[in-house]
Design a protein around this ligand. Sequence first.
Ligand code: ZN
Ligand code: ZN
Length: 317
Amino acid sequence: MKKIAKINSKEKERRNIIANQTNLYIAFLLKIPTLYSTQTILTSNAQPILHMSLRISALASWSTGNVTYIETETTKILLDAWLSGKKIEQSLNNLNRKIEEISNIFITHEHIDHIRSAGILNRRFGTKIIGNEKTLSSSGFFTATKRDNPYGKEFLEPGKAMRVGDIEVKAFKTSHDTACSQFYTFKHQEKKIACLTDTGNITPEIIEEIKDSNILLIESNHDVDMLKHGSRPESNKQRILSDHGHLSNVQCAEYLSQIITPRTHTIILGHLSHDHNTKELAYETISSHLEKYHQNLRKNLHLFVADADENSALLEA
Ligand SMILES: [Zn+2]
Ligand SMILES: [Zn+2]
């Protein structure tokens, strides 16, 4: 009897996920504004998914700050760490996860919107910091004393891979105005997640690396007109628009049309500029482009915009 009850509960959960995914796809087609929220597929109080798989939650992905959670059954890691330690803890609690379970933080680059809490998590929760040598040196982690980062750090250079538990993590160079920015792919069994933000362009080599991802978190930073008419200094606008800046909504849409394959089932738009973009504009630009060129893609392609400081649901690759 016990076994039957367990199967039923799993089946119920599976059906809930399918129902929610279907709703989101319908929202994608109909452009229902209320579903721009990241809370759509599973609520923050949803029961944990029990079977072996690779999952992601964007805890925050905005130009003001970035932190992403990736997990399998036995391995829990973060990508970047901007939110306060307390807020990260709270976001993980929303997903029924504990901050103490996080073994590593992978750092993309030394801009403050990506590293703010990495040192705190290292000291308080023993979370190891991983990034390439130039980035960690520029972040101040490399020169820190053992007292500052007692749980250590490890280098992962662009083009190299490492294994953390049962996740294979691979780093690739991005085009950004820092010492040596990089992005990561996360692979477990046959599933793959790619998280690519803070880059002025995407090379054909990178497209090849990420096009078989099941889930892609990608930057849709700004609307070019909003940026051009904005109040920032001209030099700052040129930096954002350059090959070492950020991807615009249109660039993101055009790259996506080369990246999406039938394996891709979820696109998370992230790192939106708080003053030169809106969730609606990013969603509209990308969804209208995809509808135009990709009508025959998987019928359950999900597209949504990450939030500035509210965690998304835990999405399964
Ligand atoms: Zn950034
Ligand atoms: Zn940056």
